[in-house]
Design a protein around this ligand. Structure first.
Ligand code: ZN
Length: 350
């Protein structure tokens, strides 16, 4: 009886397939070579961390592999907790990854051995937040998404969500400047070509306007949206790309040494020496960041497989972004002097 009630409750709380169709395959991923896309509408600025291992590059990553498996799996790419996606501005969100970043920086500022230097430089690189612009696009190479209606899938024309890193963005920004108008405009916007290539050491992105060679002289190809394209509704980027994982979950998923590094540096506010011979010592597992985790209702339901696709796309983009994959050692646990203004000093609601 109780179970049946629960099932009914669960069913009622989930989006009804009959009530509206769901879309799948909405996350665009960059393929090698040229990608012709049409930007539409406003972008959303996000700050992300790539936290998963990258086995292909023998990278153990920031978090343990097990965190990305099973029903409760995390996305390999998470939003930085110190970034308010809704307002698109920095906030004090107690981001444990940024905290590690600050600790690594601090260790590097202090005296450290050559080996430590290598490890902490790597940690600093791995923990830096990465800016990704989310943008509704028409994927000219494959403008279709999957519409799922009562379990029946069919291909329909639809916007996809592209993740644009700062490297491609610097070129795209250049196109905006060069054209002198909004190239994502419904009417006078134009197609652009984003190239995913390799510069010898890592994956590299570049972008340029698509040129219409049939005009004299050849000019950027203006591509007003068709009537059909205008009818499409844009994805709500803030809702779809704005979720935060709780700090505690992130901390729990970290590799042991990183978690310890946080604990050692954050468990006590004062600078008392770590040697302590008085009394029981089982208070270590209280990372302050966990208490300050912004509590976000996880009510929003987006199709799990879409999240997965997003994660995969972004993870792929991120994972081959940096060629230095050979260093995978654990870091020594060092306690650094606490910075006067710590980046997780204040908690914030929301
Ligand atoms: Zn962060």
């Amino acid at each position: 009886m109780a179970t049946l009630d629960k099932i009914r409750k669960l069913r009622a709380s989930r989006p009804q397939t009959g009530g509206g169709t769901r879309l799948r395959g909405i996350f665009h991923s960059w393929k090698d070579g040229d990608n012709i896309i049409r930007l539409v509408g406003e972008f959303l600025e996000t700050k992300t961390h790539f936290i998963a291992p990258a086995p292909k590059r023998s990278e153990r990553g920031l978090c343990q592999a097990v965190a990305f498996q099973g029903n409760e799996k995390m996305s390999p790419v998470i939003n930085c907790l110190n970034w308010d996606v809704q307002k698109e501005e920095a906030r004090q969100g107690g981001c444990p990854i940024c905290r590690l970043h600050a600790i690594a920086q601090q260790v590097l500022n202090d005296d450290c051995t050559d080996d430590e230097k290598k490890l902490f430089e790597k940690l600093r690189r791995d923990t830096g937040p990465r800016t990704l612009l989310k943008w509704n696009i028409i994927d000219r190479d494959d403008p279709h998404v999957l519409s799922v209606d009562d379990g029946v899938e069919r291909k329909v024309l639809g916007f996809k969500i592209a993740s644009i890193g700062m490297e491609a963005w610097s070129d795209i920004e250049g196109i905006f400047d060069q054209m002198g108008f909004d190239i994502s405009d419904v009417e006078e916007g134009l197609d652009i070509c984003v190239n995913k290539g390799h510069n010898g050491t890592r994956v590299a992105y570049s972008a340029q306007a698509v040129i219409d060679k049939s005009t004299k002289p050849p000019s950027a190809k203006v591509t007003p949206l068709t009537e059909e394209e205008r009818q499409l509704s844009q994805h709500d980027l803030k809702v779809i790309c704005g979720k935060h994982v709780e700090a505690k979950r992130i901390i729990d998923a970290l590799h042991e040494d990183y978690r310890e590094l946080l604990e050692v540096n954050d468990s006590s506010e004062d600078d008392e020496p770590p040697v302590d011979d008085s009394g029981p010592d089982d208070e270590v597992s209280k990372p302050s960041a966990a208490k300050k985790a912004p509590v976000q209702p996880s009510a929003d339901e987006s199709p799990a497989d879409d999240e997965e696709a997003e994660a995969a796309a972004e993870a792929a983009a991120e994972a081959d972004d940096d060629g230095d994959g050979l260093l995978s050692g654990t870091v020594p646990i060092k306690k650094v002097k606490r910075t006067p203004v710590s980046e997780d000093a204040g908690s914030e609601k929301n």
